[in-house]
Structure formats: C-alpha cells, structure tokens
Design a protein around this ligand. Structure first.
Ligand code: GLU
Length: 490
C-alpha cells in the first residue's frame, strides 16, 4: 500500500511555524516512501474562516519547497480538497451513524445544557459532560418519542447530531511516536458531529475525509491526541480501518511553556511563517530547523538539505517531549544554508535589502560584495550593512575614530593614498606590500596605518580582510575615500 499523507490546516489565520513543521514531517514521509502528499483545507468552521489564510498556506508551503501532489489548485482523484465542498459525504456518514444507533439527534438549547452542567457540577466533577451519565436527561432522539422527534424536525427546530459514545470501554491505539495510548470512554463526551447549521465538526469531517482520501498516516500536533478516541469510535462505527497516527511534540517557548501567540508576542518571537520570511530567514534554513524541532537523525549531522532530510527521516525518531524554540540555533542554520548557496543565488536574495539601502547596484558589484563577505553573512540582508561596498561612507564610526584615529593618522592615510594611486596592480598582495613599505619608511607599526585606513575607506572599525576589502572597493574609490577622510577627520 503506498503512503498517502495529508496536511489539513484550518484557514483561520496565517500559517504558524508549528503548522509548517507538521506539513514538513508529512511531506518527508511521503517523499521517503514514494507516496503522496495532500493538502486539504478544513474550512467547515465558518465562524473562524479567514479569507487570506488559504493563499498564505499555499504560498508558505511553496516558499518552503513542500510541493503537494493533490490539493487546491492542483486537483487530484479525490477533489474537491475543500471540506466546505464535500458536505454531502459528511451528511451521508452522519445518516449512517444515526441509522445504526452510533449517533443521535439532540435538540437541547444552550440554556438546557448549561442547566444540566449546573445540576451536576461538584468538586469532583467540575465540568460535567453531555455523555452517558447525562444524555438520558436531555432532549434527544434517545429520550423523545419518534413522533416527537419528527414533530420537532418538521417544525424546523434547531438540532445537532451527537456521537453515541459507548459506556465503560477502553480505546487503545499505537501511536508511532508515543507507543500504546489508551483512553477510557467514560472520559469522552458525546461529541457534536453535525452542527445546527448542518456543517460537520472537525471530528466527523476529518475522519470521513481521511478515509475517503485513503490516508495511511496521520501526522499532526500533540494537541490533537485527545481527539483520537472520538476518531477511533467513529472509524469503528463506520466500519473503516483507521490510519496509523503520530502526534508530534509541542513547540515550547524559549522560556518554557507552550508557545502561544501571547507568549510569543511578549518575547517578540515570530510565530507565522510569513514573519520568518520577512525577517530574512532562508526557507532551507527554516525547514532544516523545523525538522530538528522534535526529530533527530541519530547522527552528528545537523545541516540538511530537503532531499537529505527525506533520505534521513523516520517518524520513529521523533521525540515525545516538548521542544524549545531557539532562534539562535535558527540563525546558525540560516548562516550555514545561506553561505552554501551558489553565489548568484545569494546575490539574488541579498539584492532587495541592499538596493533598499543604497539604490540600484549592478550584478557585478553585488557579486564582488558577496564574494568578499560571504563567510561573515548570517542573513542575506546583512550585506546591506556593508554600505561602503556600494557607496562612499557618509560618516565614520565614532567609537572607532576615538580609538583608532591618532594625530598622525591623516598624514599616514594621505601618504598611503598617494602610494596606492601609483600601484597599478592594486591586488591584495600589492596593497599590503605598499602598506608595509610605508610603515617601515615612516618608522611606525602596521596597526598605526591599517586601522585608520579601514575607518577611512569603510567608515567602520571592523570588517573582512582589509586588503580584500580595498580591492573590492577599487583603486579609484579607495584613494578618493582615504583623502576625503584625512580631510574630514584631520
Ligand atoms: N484542521 C486541523 C488543524 O487545523 C487538522 C488536524 C488534523 O491533522 O487532524 O490542524
């Protein structure tokens, strides 16, 4: 049987990095086994629907390189891939469950449910459920006569369909990550399967579609683990075999605790894929980082391309306990992946930030700049900080000037400029030799010249190799800058 997995987001907002991690693990499993990765939009909760969300999900998956074989825009043998367009299927399943006694109609008003809760609330039972213990005191097709049920339906009374959870059973399944997990049905409520608007809840639609789409493995976040008993009861009631399941560990905030929108905001942490993208993280790095948020290859290797991840991945190597989000680690991954890209690709990714800072820059110039600074880049936009590679410095770092610009600096820098002007070769070797000669002839240490020269040529006290930098800046500009700084700084 070939592997078929799905990423099934609800379009309720921008794609969260936890969602991208779920998509990634599903993608890896599909690729690893030559299977199929499906995108299914779970949009039956109209009250939480956000129109932009779907485009964001699709764009984020594309940006991350996670192509799906079936789904919105791509089509496939199980189209449509929007749950809102598959309601007949859920209706049929609900009818079957009703006919077989695995579900029942319930007419209770919110007030009636509230009153039931109030009646049963005790210190031992702080939140009573609509379940085997209480359902017989409610208005449903188990307690009302068939005539009365029909009368209410004919009168158009609002109603829902509820799962008839069997009493006193233990539901057990083997999670691919957690091993055997058991639930007592006494802890499961008679879940609403079809809402009063006629639309299914997540549980019914999810099970019906996973079956219809022949999903073999469900990989999703730990927050869905508690839904499994309901799903397993549904599979059994519908006479279907459930897929294998794997529940991923929670993503924790760097300070511990669940990474909620609130805690993330407080720590200034990005949570949506779009925020990571805007902050300049490379997709390859984010993917690599997310792969390690819960999984490890069991070797020392950390830097992986997507293809290498496919090769190394196995669900069983996923951990059970929550993993903390560590942005320093992500930045490290970013530098690793960025520097490994072909130079033209780095140029492409750095261009927008550089041009936003200094205006249009030629390919050649950008390529030279990347060549010089590649090993020092963590983000592509770091290149924009080296404005001196594209324009004469407009100012000189104050601390640097204080520390490095001495009484004799202007003279030494001027002398160096004169000698460079005559240095036809203008190579790393020649510019260095010229400086050594100058230091010797003036009877000063090398540092006495090199530091003021760096300040004069770049405006900054630190950077890449001095002579490589001068060569990148070019002879004419270097000479001009040195003379200008000597004049300005005196
Ligand atoms: N629609 C659910 C979500 O938003 C899907 C959960 C699942 O994968 O079953 O995550």
């Amino acid at each position: 049987m070939s592997v078929r997995v799905r990423f099934a987001p609800s379009p309720t907002g921008l794609l969260h990095i936890g969602g991208l991690r779920t998509a990634l693990y599903n993608y890896l499993l599909a690729r690893k086994h030559g299977g199929t990765f499906i995108l299914r939009i779970e949009d039956t909760d109209r009250s939480r629907y956000v129109a932009e969300a779907e485009a964001d999900i699709v764009n984020s998956l594309r940006w991350a390189g996670l192509a799906f074989e079936e789904g919105p825009g791509v089509g496939g043998p199980h189209a449509p891939y929007y749950q809102s367009e598959r309601t007949d299927l859920y209706r049929d399943a609900a009818d079957r469950l009703l006919a077989d006694g695995h579900a029942y109609l319930a007419f209770d008003t919110p007030e009636a449910i509230e009153a039931m809760r109030a009646r049963h609330t005790t210190p031992e039972n702080p939140s009573p459920r609509y379940d085997a213990a209480t359902r017989m005191e409610m208005s449903n097709s188990l307690t009302l006569s068939a005539d009365e049920v029909q009368r209410r339906l004919d009168a158009g009374e609002e109603h829902v369909v509820r799962l008839n959870v069997p009493e006193g059973e233990t539901v057990t399944f083997t999670d691919l990550i957690r091993g055997e997990v058991s639930f007592e049905t006494s802890g499961v409520d008679d879940q609403v399967l079809v809402k009063s608007d006629g639309l299914p809840t997540y549980h019914l639609a999810n099970v019906v579609d996973d079956h219809a789409m022949q999903i073999t493995h469900v990989i999703r976040g730990e927050e869905w683990l508690s839904s499994v008993p309901k799903h397993l009861l549904l599979y059994r009631a519908l006479g279907w075999a459930p897929p294998q399941m794997a529940h991923l560990p929670l993503i924790l905030s760097p300070t511990g605790g669940k990474l909620s929108k609130r805690s993330a905001d407080r720590l200034g942490l990005p949570v949506n894929v779009q925020q990571y993208r805007d902050a300049g993280y490379e997709p390859e790095a984010l993917v690599n980082f997310l792969a390690f948020l819960g999984w490890n290859p069991g070797t020392e290797q950390e830097v992986f391309s997507l293809d290498e991840l496919v090769e190394a991945y196995s669900v069983e190597r996923t951990g059970q306990s929550g993993v903390q989000l560590d942005l320093d680690k992500l930045a490290w991954f970013n530098g690793q992946h960025l520097r490994a890209l072909p130079i033209e690709e780095i140029v492409k990714r750095a261009r927008p930030a550089v041009e936003a800072r200094v205006g249009t820059v030629s390919d050649e110039r950008l390529t030279e700049a990347v060549d010089l600074l590649r090993e020092r880049l963590t983000f592509a936009h770091d290149l924009a900080d080296a404005t001196y590679l594209f324009a004469d410095p407009a100012a000189y770092d104050e601390g640097g000037v204080k520390k490095r610009w001495k009484d004799d600096s202007a003279d030494l820098v001027r002398l160096y400029a004169d000698r460079l002007e005559a240095d036809e070769a203008f190579t790393v070797e020649s510019t260095e030799a010229v400086m050594r000669d100058l230091a010797e002839s003036q009877g000063v240490g090398f540092g006495r010249i090199i530091h003021p020269v760096r300040l004069a040529a770049t405006g900054t006290p630190v950077g890449a190799g001095m002579f490589e930098t001068l060569v990148t800046i070019g002879r004419e500009a270097t000479v001009r800058r040195l003379r200008r700084a000597a004049e300005v700084l005196g």
